[in-house]
Design a protein around this ligand. Structure first.
Ligand code: GLN
Length: 280
């Protein structure tokens, strides 16, 4: 029988050969998931021998991960701003930088809190749900062009007891929305075709291309949103966007032309220009 530590080392080596960067960490997540314990609990049982029945569920998961299926698809969920979201192949896996976008919005809009919020291209519902949770008096309108994504987002809202304050809209960006908002947010597709081709297999082979890639060097959807959101923001409203790291000069020029004011560009956790905050 092999111990927890032996299995971890073996899986780590197998993952490293498959080109997985965080080989040890991913081995730990999968073994913890297979054993139904927390990752940190593994460290207390390194010498424990594992029974065949405990190892069986791990084997299939390890094979899937070695084929570069994302860890989050195998485990089935991701934690985002304190919420647990189910994720699958119909939506983008929420990223840590998008959690930072939520944090920055919450800091900026602490008082008065926004009452009407729109999330354009909600995907798994990550931004809509995190904002509904952060602003308990707000109504959130979540839009997506994919019915499969909306289904996923609805299920996530229900699982997090946030259904009451979210209205769902099927369509493109602002097209299905009525009225004006205090806050409009979006993490739209923003990779260029070349970025997508250079992306890791986890992204290219398992995440929906339509949630990742936009025309015009990745700028097309962001430019459409800038234009449409202008008419749907209240005076003094905020448009908060996640963007690619080479987009800011072009988007800031377009935003100034459209009459946005107080234009703020901010960086992600790795110091790369990633967010825009624009006011009306
Ligand atoms: N940050 C994501 C990636 O690099 C892209 C997200 C998006 O297109 N909105 O994979």
């Amino acid at each position: 029988m092999q111990t927890v530590l032996e299995i971890l080392k073996k899986t780590e080596g197998y993952f490293a050969k498959a080109g997985i960067a965080a080989a040890r960490l991913d081995a730990e997540w999968l073994l913890a998931h297979a054993l139904g314990c927390k990752r940190l609990d593994l460290f207390l049982q390194f010498d424990r021998p594992l029974k065949e029945a405990e190892l069986a569920p791990l084997r299939e998961m390890v094979k899937r991960r070695a084929r570069r299926e994302p860890l989050q698809h195998i485990i089935g969920h991701v934690d985002f701003c304190g919420l647990r979201l189910t994720v699958g192949s119909d939506t983008l896996i929420p990223r840590p930088e998008t959690e930072l976008l939520v944090e920055r919005i919450v800091e900026k809009l602490a008082s008065p809190p926004p009452q009407r919020i729109a999330d354009l291209g909600t995907g798994s519902g990550a931004l809509a749900l995190a904002l509904a949770s952060a602003f308990p008096s707000a109504g959130v309108h979540a839009v997506d062009a994919s019915t499969a994504a909306l289904e996923q987002a609805r299920a996530n809202a229900a699982a997090n007891h946030l259904t009451d304050r979210i209205t769902w809209h099927h369509g493109d960006w602002c097209a299905p929305l009525d009225g004006t908002f205090d806050l409009i947010v979006s993490n739209p597709p923003y990779l260029s075709q070349a970025d997508w081709e250079a992306a890791e297999p986890e992204v290219r082979l398992f995440e929906p291309r339509q949630a990742l890639v936009a025309e015009d060097e990745g700028c097309a959807d962001l430019l459409t949103i800038l234009e449409q959101a202008r008419r749907h923001l209240k005076p003094g409203g905020l448009l908060a966007l996640e963007t690619n790291i080479d987009h800011h000069p072009r988007l800031l020029a377009a935003a100034a032309k459209l009459g946005y004011t107080d234009l703020q560009a901010e960086q992600d956790c790795s110091g790369r220009p990633r967010f825009l905050f624009l006011h009306t």
